[in-house]
Each structure stands twice: as structure tokens, then as C-alpha cells.
Write a protein that binds this ligand. Structure first.
Ligand SMILES: Cc1cc2nc3c(=O)[nH]c(=O)nc-3n(C[C@H](O)[C@H](O)[C@H](O)COP(=O)(O)O)c2cc1C
Length: 201
């Protein structure tokens, strides 16, 4: 697929064919592309948990979503995804990397980081996975784990506390779904968000 088509076709898919597995080579390419993402100082301070087994997926949805979701159509569609990839960031890997000789921020002072690159890089990796999924003819949705569920999620899957789940990607072959009501907002035109030369005027 042309790259421009991949970008234009990408949308969050929230319902999947539960009986169509993600081929291992496709999942392999998705993960391979994730680690091609750029990262500050080439820190690569990310980690990915891949959940494929049906019982494990059940454990994920129970741990990582609020308890009152029995009749939630969003969850019903998402639970049909045959694969979940949880992307994590690890701040310590960046602080350690930038304390090395070539960067020389031995104080590990977090005020040096007005923008938390550890989250940005895990986000870049996630976007590459989303685009790869489209290129492979599948669909995916990136979604957050609510803050009050993060500890339960970590405990369920043995994720070390230094890894923060920045979001999860459900993926599989798409089935018809309900578009997000957020889309009613419309896409902001380029000219509204791009400032050429100066932010004034
Ligand atoms: C950081 C981030 C968090 C998101 N969290 C959720 C979520 O929790 N649940 C969900 O259904 N979609 C989530 N989305 C998807 C957005 O709703 C979606 O990207 C947006 O409405 C634009 O639609 P599109 O991606 O289909 O073009 C998230 C997207 C991003 C980038």
C-alpha cells in the first residue's frame, strides 16, 4: 500500500472478527516496526507486552478496564480483538542513558526534561504499530488504561513498576463498528494549526 494511503486510511477500529487470528508474521512485522521508532539518545526506553492467549486477554480486560462495563458496547467490540499489545515507557532508562559520558547529565535531574521523551518515544513506536496494522490490511485501536487500574494491570502481568503503560493497542481483522462520537468535532484544517514563519497574525 502507498504510504499516503496507509496514513489516510488509518482510523481507530473498535470491533474485530474474533475468529480470525492475526498471522504470526503480521504480528512480527508490527513489533519489528515498533522498534524502528526514533528515540532520544537512542535510549529505546520502551517495553511491549503482547497478549494473545484468550484467557490472558480476559485477565487483561478484567484488570485494565473499570468494573461496571458489562453492557458497554465499546468493550464488547474491543474484547473481540485477538491480540493486545500494551506499550510502556521507562523514564529510568532515559535518565541512565543521559547520565552517560556523551550526554553527561549525571545529576539525572528531571527538570532537564521539559517534555517527557520516554512517553513520546513509546508513542512514536505505537503510531508505527498502528500504521503497520493498516498496511497489513488489519485494524487497531489505541486506548488508555484508566489510572486506577494501572496497579491491578501491572500486578496481573508482572510488569515492573518502572514501566508505565502509556496505552494499549487492540488489533485484529476489522468488523463494522460505531465511529467515535469525538469525530463529530471534525478535523482541524491545516491552516488553523500551522503557523508559517511566526505565531503572530
Ligand atoms: C493518546 C490517545 C488515547 C486514546 N484513548 C482512547 C480510548 O481510551 N478509547 C478509544 O476508544 N479511543 C481512544 N483513542 C482514539 C481517539 O479517540 C481517536 O484517535 C480520535 O477520535 C480520532 O479518530 P481516528 O484515530 O479514528 O482518526 C485515543 C487516541 C490517542 C492518540
Amino acid at each position: 500500500m502507498e504510504f499516503r494511503d496507509v496514513v489516510r486510511r488509518r482510523r481507530m477500529v473498535r470491533n474485530f472478527d474474533p475468529d480470525r487470528a492475526v498471522p504470526p508474521e503480521v504480528l512480527g512485522r508490527v513489533l519489528d516496526h515498533a522498534v524502528r521508532a526514533p528515540s532520544a539518545g537512542f535510549s529505546q526506553g520502551w517495553g511491549f507486552l503482547v497478549i494473545e492467549d484468550s484467557a490472558d486477554r480476559d485477565r487483561f480486560w478484567t484488570a485494565a478496564t473499570p468494573g461496571d462495563t458489562a453492557e458497554n458496547p465499546w468493550l464488547t467490540g474491543m474484547r473481540r480483538a485477538p491480540v493486545i499489545i500494551v506499550a510502556h515507557s521507562n523514564k529510568d532508562i532515559y535518565l541512565d542513558r543521559y547520565a552517560e559520558e556523551d550526554k553527561a547529565w549525571e545529576d539525572r535531574d528531571e527538570s532537564r526534561w521539559p517534555v517527557p521523551y520516554w512517553h513520546i518515544d513509546a508513542g512514536f513506536a505505537s503510531l508505527l504499530m498502528l500504521l503497520t496494522v493498516v498496511d497489513e490490511g488489519l485494524g487497531a485501536c489505541f486506548f488508555g488504561i484508566p489510572p486506577e487500574r494501572i496497579d491491578a494491570y501491572r500486578a496481573e502481568f508482572g510488569v515492573p513498576p518502572v514501566f508505565l503503560p502509556i496505552g494499549a493497542i487492540a488489533l485484529g481483522y476489522p468488523e463494522p463498528d460505531r465511529r467515535s462520537p469525538s469525530l463529530k468535532r471534525g478535523r482541524k484544517p491545516v491552516d488553523e494549526v500551522v503557523h508559517r514563519g511566526s505565531w503572530r497574525a
